[in-house]
Design a protein around this ligand. Structure first.
Ligand SMILES: Nc1nc2c(c(=O)[nH]1)N[C@H]1C(S)=C(S)[C@@H](COP(=O)(O)O)O[C@H]1N2
Ligand SMILES: [Mo]
Length: 332
């Protein structure tokens, strides 16, 4: 084991064009070793070296807002949203391996790079083709909507999957308060841009920051589309996208932008970050589909982040009954 050197992300030449490779390579190496790091629940790079420092991990899971709005949590769990016989992913796993390139492209470093990032004050500019544009501040976000907890499945395009208790409110509640015009056919989301304080943004100037994503209007108004302000019974820690991110559990994880600062209603399908970077690999719709392989890997099987269990990927990540009617199967 000591002889095996896991390549650092910056040593993998395809990194500039194939960022999602980094994690898969590491996992495949670990898998070939039969190490089962995921089964041990250890962050990957620490698995070979030393056990994680529980105190540090605990600190990394603290809400980015500190004690502010702590009285809004935990919210009542909505029993309509469950994950069947799957187990909730341990919080330290969901919060220890993350994709948030603004902080770091190394998954088990993301939470560390997010420690101390200031998300107070925060505003989200909401506008475009609506009658009632508005600016949401933290009070509006944390107190302006009834909060509920939902258990959602989550599936990253890189094949890891988890089950998370998110706290938030349906995106639809916000949309309806804006009275969108009939010309508004899509919604676009823009994440924070702050290279001064977000080390990942500073280190990767070749990406077209800020991160941006989009949904078709019916997708955005679907009851499953959820504005997330908390996880595991408290406000979001930074690595999950504090103070607000989106969850669209029938789509690959990158359709859920983190640390959103702008929401805009538009007429035409908006460009999206990964689609602009790699159009042949990341489409606009990006619905979870085991039969549609990623150009560089099959999507038939997924790996549970907490247990390491392999299981078949489900169409629309198991939400076919809820979302199937929105699609004719030709969406990419
Ligand atoms: N702003 C922003 N949002 C983002 C990302 C990112 O790099 N930046 N990564 C996406 C990807 S690829 C995934 S899989 C999920 C990961 O969410 P998690 O780290 O909370 O599990 O966030 C998504 N949202
Ligand atoms: Mo992802």
């Amino acid at each position: 084991m000591a002889n095996l050197r896991i390549p650092k992300p910056w040593e993998i030449p395809e990194r500039l064009t194939t960022p999602e490779d980094v994690y898969l390579n590491r996992r495949q190496i670990l898998g070939a070793m039969g190490l089962g790091a995921m089964a041990l629940g250890l962050p990957l790079s620490l698995a070979c070296a030393r056990p994680p420092d529980p105190e540090l991990l605990a600190r990394g899971l603290a809400p980015a807002l500190g004690k502010k709005y702590a009285d809004r949590f935990p919210a009542r769990r909505n029993p309509l949203y469950g994950v069947g016989d799957r187990k909730i992913t341990p919080e330290k796993d969901a919060g220890g391996i993350n994709n948030f390139y603004e902080l770091s492209t190394t998954k088990d470093e993301v939470w560390k790079k997010g420690l101390g990032y200031k998300v107070d004050p925060w505003t989200v500019e909401v506008g475009g083709l609506v009658k009632k544009p508005r600016t949401l501040d933290l009070d509006a976000l944390l107190k302006g909507f009834p909060l509920e907890e939902r258990l959602y499945r989550f599936r990253c395009v890189e094949r890891w999957a988890m089950q998370v208790p998110w706290t938030g409110f349906p995106l639809r509640a916000l949309i309806d308060s804006l009275e969108p015009l009939s010309s508004a056919r899509y919604v676009r989301f823009v994440s924070v841009k702050d290279p001064e304080h977000l080390p990942g943004q500073k280190e990767t100037p070749w990406y077209s920051w800020p991160y941006y994503e989009g949904l078709r209007m019916d997708e955005a108004r679907h009851p499953l589309a959820f504005v997330v302000v908390g996880s595991y019974g408290h406000a979001l820690p930074m690595q999950h996208g504090a103070p607000l991110r989106l969850a669209t559990p029938w789509k690959y994880g990158y359709k859920g932008p983190k640390s959103i600062v702008r929401i805009e209603f538009v007429a035409d399908q908006p460009p999206t970050f990964w689609n602009m970077m790699q159009p042949d690999e990341y489409g606009f719709y990006s619905n979870v589909n085991p039969k549609k392989p990623h150009p560089r890997w099959s999507q038939e099987i997924e790996n549970d982040l907490g247990t390491g269990a392999r299981r078949p990927t489900q169409l629309y990540n198991g939400y076919a009954r809820q979302v199937g009617a929105m699609y004719d199967g030709r969406e990419v």
